[in-house]
Design a protein around this ligand. Structure first.
Ligand SMILES: *Cc1c(COP(=O)(O)O)cnc(C)c1O
Length: 459
């Protein structure tokens, strides 16, 4: 016993030191790993050890080979995808939560998780100003949130049509018409395919130059229609017109789902209400915590206006699965056993408070505006209206090589995209650490690299 306790002390102490060193180092490091660091990953390629290894040695090895080969996405000049960082309080909460090792399945396996889920459910509905009677399920990300919402929609629409989809499946069921925008996120199509709706069975509504669905061009809706809109286009950050679409959906008795992976957080800011108004009219919402809220992976929320629709779709009944009074965590997610990911969300919301979340969102948007302005002054064309935290900028035909050179330079990181047929780079400001200084440093790096690249080809 004694020996175990001592070795745990040393192991955790050493790991904490290594973690601290990683964080201290990361702002000065190349954002993408060096070739050397990538080559060193080969050292992981060995057969399963036949015997045991000292845990200290296991962790040292993980840190020495693994840490240099990470993408330094937790620091402020990583603008790739919509990754976000992790607030220190959420990392600390995650450490404590790992020690607790709670199975978030139900009240019986973790009272603390069950209570925090109930509390955070209320906080989130309040913060995002969504129907207070809605329920929130804690899933691994927006893809699973969207998928879970589709399960609830499927249940609700088919039950109303007299069909028990959980019992009898989709074969022979009354058909559901699925409507999405032409700019639908790839993960929404994946969720539709997982849910049995089929990726190609969808009706696609044309979009405008920002990627927003054109409400006037929606097909006729009825009570067997499921329509998926988005709050926050993954490139431009644009919002589908929720107010106009929501009114039509309500009249028709259709189901409206919002993929709000990052954009739904814009609802915390009154300054952004012109984009987010009407999103409250939906029946379900998917949103990430691991992107803009800056909690560690993997963490997303499915929100459903009708608790019974989600729980009827998700519930598993077994003789040893005792049902008790009150909100049961397992009733609103696809998994049974899972990690208590609400703990990190609770820590973020408790620590930031309403004003802190609002500040995080508004600061990102302001920095995106400043970044776009800087790019414009340097003569580069920003292709989108920068409405929240997303910028799409083009360097013309040279865009791919400039992005490549930026990655090699390592000062900042942003990824490529195609926007209305044009090569572009997408910049997402979604990390709590990004400062004005980071944006200035990044603008300088872009200017330096773009000027070399333009000269290189001209001469
Ligand atoms: C990131 C994203 C998703 C997928 O979310 P994951 O958390 O990666 O599963 C879905 N929709 C939009 C608009 C996104 O930006």
């Amino acid at each position: 016993m004694m020996n175990n306790a001592i070795s745990t002390d040393a192991l955790f102490g050493m790991t904490a030191d290594r973690a601290k060193h990683y964080l201290d180092d990361i702002r000065h490091r190349h954002i993408a790993p060096t070739t050397e660091a990538l080559t060193a990953l080969e050292q992981f390629n060995h057969p399963l050890p036949e015997g045991s290894t000292n845990p200290n040695e296991t962790i040292s090895r993980l840190d020495e080979i693994g840490s240099p080969a990470t993408i330094a996405s937790t620091q402020g000049r990583y603008y790739g995808f919509v990754v976000g960082g992790a607030l220190p309080v959420t990392v600390a909460a995650s450490w404590l939560s790992a020690v607790w090792d709670q199975n978030a399945y139900g009240q019986a396996t973790s009272p603390v998780n069950a209570r925090l889920e109930s509390v955070v459910q209320e906080w989130v509905l309040d913060l995002l100003d969504l129907p207070r009677e809605a329920v929130v399920g804690f899933v691994s990300g927006a893809t699973m949130a969207n998928f879970s919402a589709l399960m609830a929609a499927r249940h609700h629409l088919l039950k109303r049509a007299g069909w028990d989809v959980e019992a009898d499946g989709l074969f022979g069921a009354p058909p559901i018409t699925v409507v999405v925008g032409e700019e639908v996120h790839a993960s929404m199509l994946k969720a539709l395919s997982l849910a049995g709706f089929g990726r190609n069975r969808v009706k696609q509504v044309p979009v405008d130059n920002q990627g927003r669905m054109i409400a006037e061009q929606m097909p006729p809706l009825d009570e067997m229609t499921l329509i998926c809109i988005q709050a926050g286009n993954v490139n431009s950050g644009a919002f589908d017109p929720a107010q106009a679409i929501g009114a039509k959906v309500r009249d028709a008795g259709a189901w409206l789902h919002v993929d709000g992976a990052f954009g739904l957080w814009a609802r915390v800011s009154p300054e952004l209400s012109e984009y987010t108004i009407g999103l409250e009219l939906a029946d379900s919402w998917g949103v990430d915590a691991h992107k803009w809220l800056n909690v560690p992976y993997d963490s997303g929320l499915v929100i459903c206006r009708y608790p019974a629709a989600l729980s009827e779709a998700m519930i598993a009944r077994g003789s040893y699965l005792v049902e008790v009074e009150g909100r049961e965590p397992y009733a609103y997610v696809p998994e049974l056993s899972r990690k208590a990911r609400v703990i990190e969300i609770w820590a973020a919301l408790h620590s930031l408070g309403r004003s802190g979340v609002r500040d995080l969102i508004e600061r990102s948007c302001e920095l995106a505006g400043y970044f776009a302005e800087g790019l414009g002054k340097m003569g580069f064309e920003v292709l989108n209206d920068v409405v929240i935290n997303q910028i799409v900028v083009t360097f013309g035909e040279k865009t791919p090589e400039i992005i490549q050179a930026l990655h090699e330079d390592g000062t900042m990181w942003a990824g490529p995209t195609t926007w209305h047929g044009r090569h572009a780079m997408r910049i997402s400001i979604s990390n709590w650490q990004t400062t004005l200084e980071d944006v200035d440093i990044s603008l300088k790096a872009i200017e330096r690299i773009a000027s070399i690249s333009y000269q290189g080809v001209d001469s």
